[in-house]
Design a protein around this ligand. Structure first.
Ligand SMILES: *Cc1c(COP(=O)(O)O)cnc(C)c1O
Length: 391
């Protein structure tokens, strides 16, 4: 069966997700093995010197790694993928590959906060300067590019506040000046947003989220075209990044069901978001899939779907009342990360760390809508709003 398959990219994405990595299976098993590995043996001195065998040492990965890489490349749309031990490590490895002392990079103001921390500490210490920009800047990013600017980083949509960026406009402006465009595509994944088609040179994801899909693994990925792969691979190698095969296997396992999970996250996300929109306690729902969202037109133009993560701005209410609502929830858990099968909520307040844009909205909550029944989730939130009113 395996030898009857056409090249992976000639199939629809749903099919690719079920067949990625088939070339690494053995003995007729449907799935590749989980190779626990450090030493790889060479059959001869000649082979040892030639270094042409596919696996040289455990740090370089195993068939399990190659299979997951193949799956991620299929989804994200580039030509090759590297695996990192977390999404943050994928971001920092990709950034460090292309900067040296004296360089400058541009980061969107709502960027995932630990990435911001990396820029403000490690990169700053190395002599790399970061400027933060309004995510809605579009082609005007051209005005912020300096001769020493190496990277324009983007995130679709912005963390917590979910601004949709005009990536084609930003990428055109950056590439006109030979500046690399990176994209954090964790929210939509390549299933709902093809970063490369919209101008990204390098796409990173927190595979911890939807790829893993079960809140049981930390993983990150860096996908690029061949032209940037060697530089990325060199850095990845130089840092000694090696991810254990059990975790990589969980990533691959998650990919098999990514398509159906995302469809359900979107359907339920929309239903709960619409219900929240109609609540008297809610000022605004930040979710580009809703027609009322300021990013909706761009989302409609560039995305083919929305995942289950959105935010809500509440009308003025005391912290104690918000706590009364959240503390008593039974289905929604409170905790970081998202993209698993379960629903989550966390309060957030970006005022203390935004620098290029102003955030003056009221109390805000970020929701991840999992795979539970929408009616059960709505009942949990209804009880929560009742506790809020009583507090
Ligand atoms: C969670 C997240 C990351 C980091 O992923 P980890 O695996 O938790 O390190 C990066 N970017 C975005 C947008 C995220 O939500």
């Amino acid at each position: 069966m395996r030898d009857k398959l056409r090249p992976l990219e000639t199939y629809a994405l749903e099919t690719q997700l079920t067949k990625a990595g088939m070339g690494y299976t053995e003995h007729g098993f449907v799935n590749p093995g989980v190779y626990h590995c450090s030493t790889v043996l060479y059959p001869s001195v000649e082979a040892l010197h030639a270094r042409t065998q596919p696996y040289l040492y455990g740090r370089g990965g195993s068939p399990t790694h190659r299979a997951f890489e193949e799956g991620v490349t299929a989804i994200e749309g580039g030509e090759a993928t590297l695996i990192c031990p977390s999404g943050l490590s994928a971001i920092t490895t990709a950034l460090l590959t292309f900067v040296s002392a004296g360089d400058h990079i541009l980061m969107p103001d709502p960027v995932y906060r630990p990435a911001r921390h990396f820029c403000d500490t490690v990169l700053a210490r190395m002599g790399v300067q970061t400027s933060y920009y309004d995510p809605l800047i579009g082609g005007d990013i051209a005005g912020l590019i300096r001769p020493e600017t190496r990277i324009v980083y983007t995130e679709q949509p912005g963390s917590q506040s979910l601004e949709v960026q005009d990536l084609p406009a930003i990428a055109a402006a950056a590439q006109a000046q030979n500046v690399l465009v990176m994209l954090d595509n964790t929210w939509a994944t390549g299933r709902f947003f093809n970063g490369f088609k919209h101008g990204a040179d390098i796409v990173v994801t927190a595979a911890t989220k939807y790829f893993g899909g079960h809140s049981d693994v930390m993983l990150g990925t860096i996908t690029s075209r061949k032209s940037h792969f060697k530089a990325l691979d060199d850095t990845h190698h130089a840092f000694g990044i090696a991810v254990g095969p059990d975790d990589v296997y969980l990533g691959l396992r998650g990919l098999r069901t990514l398509d159906v999970r995302l469809e359900r996250h979107m359907k339920s996300g929309l239903a709960v978001a619409r219900w929240l929109q109609a609540r008297p306690e809610v000022e605004r729902v930040l979710y580009p899939a809703l027609p009322e969202d300021p990013g909706h037109a761009l989302w409609k133009r560039d995305f083919t779907g929305a995942s289950g993560l959105f935010s809500v701005i509440l009308k003025p209410v005391s912290d104690a009342a918000v706590a009364a609502m959240l503390d008593g929830l039974s289905l929604f858990g409170m905790g970081y990360s998202w993209g698993g099968y379960e629903s989550l909520v966390v309060p957030f307040d970006p005022r203390s760390y935004r620098s290029a844009t102003r955030w003056d909205a009221g109390p805000a909550l970020r929701f991840h809508i999992g795979l539970e029944a929408v009616d059960d989730l709505v009942a949990d939130l209804t009880d929560g709003f009742a506790r809020m009113a009583r507090a």
